[in-house]
Ligand binder design. Structure first.
Ligand code: HEM
Length: 145
């Protein structure tokens, strides 16, 4: 496929994880329902991130190994995987069997940490596209359509 689908899929984990972290913080001040909403968003984000990772790996394989973009792509991958681990453990900590419980302080702290890593990963992802032209016709002359 000429056009990368990674940028299309990343919106799902970015949006759901971000909202999950917001809901986690809100759960410190409001009722239990919002903690449950955060849990559902975490499940969605953690699963959709796996799809984004798969397509990201496909894009990684297309980068010229001599390009300086490889280093940035690897850093992007490490940050995003760290973020995934933080969110996955945060989710695990609030599970009781298959039931989502109110998040504790460690689960909320991990959610906030996961978001910090996600911001770093997103920054580097943007760098790959807008500075190095990864996935664009700049790196693949003649395929601008
Ligand atoms: C194994 C994991 C991953 C690898 C190897 C990877 C690799 C890449 C590569 C090569 C690019 C530039 C080319 C393109 O946009 O298609 C990119 C961009 C990007 N990635 Fe990833 N990625 C991974 C996972 C993720 C995940 C899970 C997210 C979101 C949670 C994400 C968010 C982004 C964003 C926001 C961009 C910039 C897209 C744009 O501005 O158009 N990546 N990634």
């Amino acid at each position: 496929m000429k056009h990368p689908i990674h940028p299309m899929l990343v919106h799902f984990p970015v949006a759901t994880w971000f909202l999950a972290t917001l809901a986690d913080i809100a759960s410190l001040f409001t009722n239990e329902q919002i903690g449950w909403v955060a849990g559902v968003l975490l499940v969605t984000g953690t699963i959709t991130a796996l799809l984004a990772m798969t397509t990201g790996l496909l894009e990684l394989g297309k980068i010229d190994p001599q390009s300086p973009a490889v280093k940035i792509a690897n850093q992007h991958m490490i940050l995003v995987m760290t973020s995934w681990c933080c969110y996955a453990v945060s989710l695990f900590l609030r599970l009781n069997g298959t039931q989502l419980e109110q998040p504790g302080l460690i689960a909320i702290a991990l959610s906030v940490t996961g978001f910090a890593f996600l911001c770093g990963a997103g920054w580097l992802g943007g760098k790959l596209v807008y500075e190095y032209g990864v996935g664009t016709h700049l790196n693949n002359p003649g395929s601008s359509k």
